[in-house]
Design a protein around this ligand. Structure first.
Ligand code: ADP
Length: 349
């Protein structure tokens, strides 16, 4: 009779098989006596009756088993498994008696994703506070100067107020983008239902951005084919604005250089309506491309701030397109401009 049989054999095996999380049972000599399907999927190297130490390299886990066998007190431990990929498990380690032998049951909960989400949340709050604190500190400094040393200096007052206005606008943009992002996240599962004329919408955005393009000495070239997509008009306006504004801002020529062009096109492609924005700017290095849609990620923070960026534009674009069941794609080569494409499913009547 093997040890599994001693614990109640078939009953134990069916009981742990009914559990959704990986469960292992070891004997008091730390041999594996039972493991359910999820455990075997997670650790295919597990061998029944073999010592657990030979198949799982996990000092923390083995120490916990020894303690629990000794004390009889159940424990919860965190175990970071690094191979083949890093995974964090919360493991409940509990002893039980099945006369005359003692066993230990290990129940594993994969906490990798919740830890990642928690880290993202912490980073996000830290980044958002930092971004707001910088213009706020500048505003406070100028207010104090205007109340004190510069009280009667009309020329300094005019100059400082202009800077304060710019800083306050930056904070307003940031709060605006943060609110938009959170609103879209809340409705991510609700796919928009409306029919939107993507070409008309992009023509409208092009008209609105023409003054910015002129200020930056950028010529906007537009080519559109009819494409009716399924979407939310206001959100798709944000997508077009962000992509065209970025192309203008980041590809604008330096003083003394020739004017630059930005090509904007809309066309149906397969089951998508595609908005493509191509510029002749400095382009983006391959290692930065996958990170562009992260919140607050900028290739050059100073340059983004100088151009009024919040670092949230492409995160917003990505989320809007996710809600639309579409996607964003970026192609670029350093020194050779960048092409951003937004794909939005066509409206199926
Ligand atoms: P920002 O508010 O900084 O513009 P975005 O999320 O819109 O934030 O863009 C993130 C970063 O991606 C920018 O800071 C910039 O470094 C880079 N980027 C975006 N568009 C372009 C482009 N057309 N050419 C070069 N770099 C770009």
């Amino acid at each position: 009779m093997n040890e599994t049989m001693e614990v109640g054999g078939a009953l134990l095996a069916s009981l742990i098989e009914a559990m959704p999380e990986p469960v292992l049972v070891v004997s008091d000599t730390v041999r594996l006596v039972a493991a359910n399907g999820p455990a075997l999927t997670l650790f295919p190297q597990l061998r029944l009756q073999a010592p657990l130490t030979t198949s799982l390299r996990a000092v923390d886990l083995h120490d916990a088993i020894a303690r629990v066998l000794n004390s009889g007190q159940a424990e919860n431990i965190s175990w970071l498994d690094r191979v083949p990929v890093e995974r964090l498990f919360q493991v409940h380690v509990a002893a039980f008696q099945s006369s005359p032998a003692r066993f230990v049951a290990l129940t594993l909960h994969d906490a990798t994703e919740s830890r990642r989400l928690e880290q993202t949340r912490v980073d996000f709050v830290a980044n958002a506070s930092h971004e707001l604190r910088t213009p706020l500190a500048s505003l406070l400094g100028f207010i104090e100067t205007l109340q004190g040393p510069a009280r009667n200096d009309a020329e300094a007052r005019a100059r400082f107020l202009a800077i304060m206005l710019e800083q306050a606008r930056r904070m307003a943009r940031l709060v605006d983008d943060l609110l938009s992002l959170s609103r879209i996240e809340q409705t991510l599962h609700l796919r928009p239902r409306g029919a939107v004329d993507l070409s008309g919408l992009v023509r409208h955005v092009r008209d609105a951005l023409t003054p910015l393009a002129q200020d930056n000495r950028v010529i906007l070239e537009l080519k559109t084919e009819p494409a009716q997509v399924r979407g939310d008009r206001d959100e798709l306006v944000r997508v077009a604005e962000n992509l065209i504004e970025n192309a203008i801002k980041y590809s604008a020529p330096e003083p003394g250089q020739d004017e630059r062009r930005v090509w904007v096109s809309v066309a149906p492609r397969g089951s998508y309506g595609v908005l493509e924005v191509r510029d002749e700017g400095p382009g983006i290095a391959p290692e930065n491309i996958p990170r562009l849609t992260e919140r607050f990620y900028r290739v050059d923070v100073g340059q983004s701030r100088a151009k009024g960026g919040t670092g949230l534009g492409l995160a917003l674009v990505k989320h809007i397109l996710l809600r639309h069941r579409g996607r964003i794609s970026v192609r670029s080569q350093l020194g050779n401009g960048a092409t951003f494409s937004a794909l939005v499913p066509l409206y199926e009547a």
